[in-house]
Design a protein around this ligand. Structure first.
Ligand code: PGA
Length: 238
């Protein structure tokens, strides 16, 4: 079971350091759950320091495929390792939808990060319109298939199923919808699969109790220690 908090574009260095000191204490007694936070690039270093030696890992929100080079605005896997960062998200739907990231690019980012020694949570998920028009499985097969073709199963790879219509909307997938999508994805790529999209303390236990749901990727509810720790507690009980 893995619970990861995606902070998106939130928190200064000082806020990150304070949050991580409190989180470390809040989750110290929780067993059987891996926990990760994904601060923005500028807050990675202040997050690493207070979490060093704790059960909480620090992941970046994205990573480039090249070791170095003329890629303005991008961050290489080795730069993250240099900070003490353990892993990275790839293919978040906001990267795909707002910044034009493609299946091929997500595959390249994922394989390069894994080869460099990082862990990766690679995100996939259909939009509202794709679900309405019955394209969910085709979209998931295309997105997860591109990751499988680039990497194959890998011991440091995790998938996150994040239906776009459930992200930041308060509209969570039912546990049945999540289970169905996770089982489908597992047939394509047999790695742990997190659910993401409006996960909150009050719906986490039910979602995490499904057999193919191996954890959660949490956005909004990961920004406060209390709600994020409550989700970690629910995961430990699931
Ligand atoms: P949310 O975001 O929990 O705020 O819906 C999830 C995500 O985008 O990872």
């Amino acid at each position: 079971m893995l619970v990861a908090g995606n902070w998106k574009m939130h928190k200064t260095r000082a806020e990150a350091a304070g949050f991580c000191r409190s989180l470390r204490d809040a989750v110290a007694g929780i067993e059987g759950v891996e926990i990760a936070v994904c601060p923005p690039f500028t807050a990675l270093e202040p997050a690493v320091e207070p979490l060093h030696g704790s059960s909480v890992a620090v992941f970046a929100q994205n990573v480039h495929w090249a070791d170095e080079g003329a890629y303005t605005g991008e961050i290489a896997p080795g730069m993250l390792l240099d900070l003490g960062v353990e892993g990275a998200l790839t293919g978040h739907s906001e990267r795909r939808q707002l910044f034009g990231e493609t299946d091929v690019g997500v595959g390249r980012r994922t394989v390069a990060a894994l080869e460099a020694g990082l862990r990766v949570i690679a995100c996939v998920g259909e939009t509202d319109e794709e679900r309405e028009t019955g394209e969910t499985e085709a979209v998931l097969a295309r997105q997860a298939g591109a990751i499988r073709d680039a990497v194959g199963p890998h011991k440091r790879l995790t998938l996150a199923y994040e239906p776009v219509w459930a992200i930041g909307t308060g509209k969570t997938a039912t546990p049945e919808i999540a289970q169905e999508a996770h089982a489908f994805l597992r047939g394509i790529l047999d790695v742990p699969i997190l659910y993401g999209g409006s996960v909150k303390p009050d719906n986490a236990a039910e979602l995490l109790s499904r057999p193919d749901v191996d954890g959660a990727l949490v956005g909004g509810a990961s920004l406060e220690v209390e709600s994020f720790a409550a989700i970690c507690v629910a995961a430990a009980a699931a």
